[in-house]
Design a protein around this ligand. Structure first.
Ligand code: SAH
Ligand code: SF4
Ligand code: F3S
Length: 451
């Protein structure tokens, strides 16, 4: 008999990809995905711990599930992902109704763990070892045998190329929650992308916390292939129309990688390069291992090689000890680079990170004011950047829509809405659109009339 599985995913694309893998793994055991915890047999919360708020969301959802479990005592509740890794058994001190705790590298164990719980061989299950899962044959097979996504975005998929992080930025939980950096063998990555392309996938995003150091740190298989070479190999796979990757650490951004933006046709000229702060003093305390000057040098080189490149970034405001002058330096950096967009966050203390013990914490109201100021400036710049597209013809990869109107994205990841003009497009199709309206979050346009 089939069982209903509800997975709620928080956090980054790596977690989204892990949720897909879990769904696939459990499909083989007869679990069918549902979109609500009500009436489900198993609920899994795939958690994120990057900021305090992210973790709070997890515990508030677990709190709500207590009632669901009271009305359905057979319901199994599991916690996976970064909070599971970080808190382990402690989760049950606050949430005793949790049956299952699975760390980031142990998801391939889920079928046996759920089996023991449903057979009532055990009442509680926990697995939080941080061994490298790429080295484990069932996990490798899983990553490769992923079926096409049933979502409307099935034309666009993520492919994990590495796990973990060795950088130990002083504020960050990831090295603790995802373990040491480990690169997946090239042959497996290429095989996975080939399978996806043959299933009609048009856009691939290669995923890792620091893709620039792909192949340089711990490897599962012996390979001398660096990230730039990997990109070239993946780009050569027939059928793909767009290639992206995330995330890159500025200190490891090499010239060969920069050249890829000029030389690989299908590599989208959109680069997420998190800078975190515009102050060298703050960058040093963050343990980022680059300076504002070296970051700006790389931006200049990138723009020489690919003048159309759109840069996006991550910013933390209110890092411990951040002075008003440090914050102004971050605004200056934003004015200088004129990022197309940024994700900006208020600093929050995280467990087992060095900055949690730093003194000079910034009061909440100052952090809020700085975040507001940063975001207002970014919005102005995003609008100016988007306005640069006015009158231009852009290539849009269609995501959704019908005979009336469609929505899609440009190579630099701007959202575009356009009228269908009687034409019909499937998700993943490319349309040529002339832009006639620009907002800070999206563009509007009309189909190019045939010459
Ligand atoms: N690996 C990527 C980003 C990982 S986390 C990189 O190195 O750039 C995503 C973003 O969350 C980070 O870039 C940072 O801006 C933010 N972040 C991480 N820890 C944080 C904390 N303790 N407080 C606030 N923001 C944080
Ligand atoms: Fe966290 Fe730094 Fe690693 Fe990014 S590079 S995941 S911010 S430790
Ligand atoms: Fe969150 Fe873990 Fe990703 S902490 S951002 S889910 S690596």
């Amino acid at each position: 008999m089939s069982k209903n599985l509800y997975i709620k995913t928080f956090g980054c694309q790596m977690n989204e990809r892990d949720s897909e893998i879990i769904e696939q793994l459990l499909a083989q055991e007869g679990y069918v995905p549902t979109d609500s915890a009500v009436g489900a047999d198993v609920v899994l919360i795939n958690t994120c711990s990057i900021r305090e708020k992210a973790e709070q969301k997890v515990f508030s959802l677990l709190g709500q599930l207590r009632e669901e479990k009271a009305s359905n005592p057979n319901l199994l509740i599991g916690v996976t992902g970064c909070v599971a890794q970080q808190e382990g058994e402690h989760i049950r001190e606050r949430m005793p109704h949790v049956d299952l705790i699975v760390g980031t590298q142990q998801i391939y164990r889920l079928p046996e763990m759920l089996d023991r719980l449903t057979q009532r061989v055990s009442a509680r299950e926990i697995a939080t070892d941080l061994e490298a899962s790429f080295a484990i044959p069932p996990f490798q097979k899983l990553l490769i045998n992923a079926p096409p996504s049933p979502t409307p975005h099935g034309f666009r998929r993520f492919v994990t190329i590495m796990q973990g992080c060795n950088n130990y930025c002083s504020y960050c939980v990831v090295p603790g929650t995802r373990g040491r950096e480990i690169s997946r063998p090239v042959a497996d990555i290429v095989e996975e992308v080939e399978i996806l392309a043959s299933q009609g996938v048009k856009e691939i995003t290669l995923l890792g916390q620091n893709v620039n150091s792909y192949g340089l740190t711990n490897k599962v298989a012996e390979t001398e292939v660096g990230f730039a070479q990997l990109l070239r190999q993946v780009a050569a796979i027939k059928g793909l129309r767009r290639l992206r990757f995330t995330t890159s650490h500025p200190k490891d951004l090499s010239e060969p990688l920069m050249r890829c933006f000029a030389e690989i046709d299908i590599l989208c000229p959109h680069f997420h390069l998190p800078v975190q702060s515009g102050s060298n003093a703050v960058l040093e305390r963050m343990h980022r291992k680059y300076t504002v000057e070296s970051y700006l040098d790389k931006v200049t080189k990138l723009r020489q090689l690919q003048p159309d490149i759109a840069l996006a970034t991550d910013i933390i405001v209110g890092f411990p000890g951040e002075t008003e002058a440090d914050f102004q330096a971050t605004l200056d950096l934003l004015r200088t680079v004129r990022f197309h967009g940024s994700f900006s966050f208020k600093y929050s203390d995280r467990p087992h990170t060095r900055s949690a013990d730093f003194t000079d914490k910034i009061p909440e109201e100052i952090k809020s004011r700085r975040l507001q100021e940063y975001q207002t400036l970014q919005d102005e710049i995003s609008l100016e950047r988007n306005s640069e597209s006015m009158g231009r013809e852009v290539e849009v990869m269609v995501e959704s829509g019908d005979h009336a109107a469609y929505r899609g994205r440009t190579p630099v990841n701007q959202v575009v809405h356009f009228a269908a003009d009687g034409q019909s497009f499937a998700p993943g199709d490319l349309a040529r659109v002339v832009i006639d309206q620009a907002g800070k979050h999206s563009l509007k346009g009309r189909l190019r009339s045939e010459p």
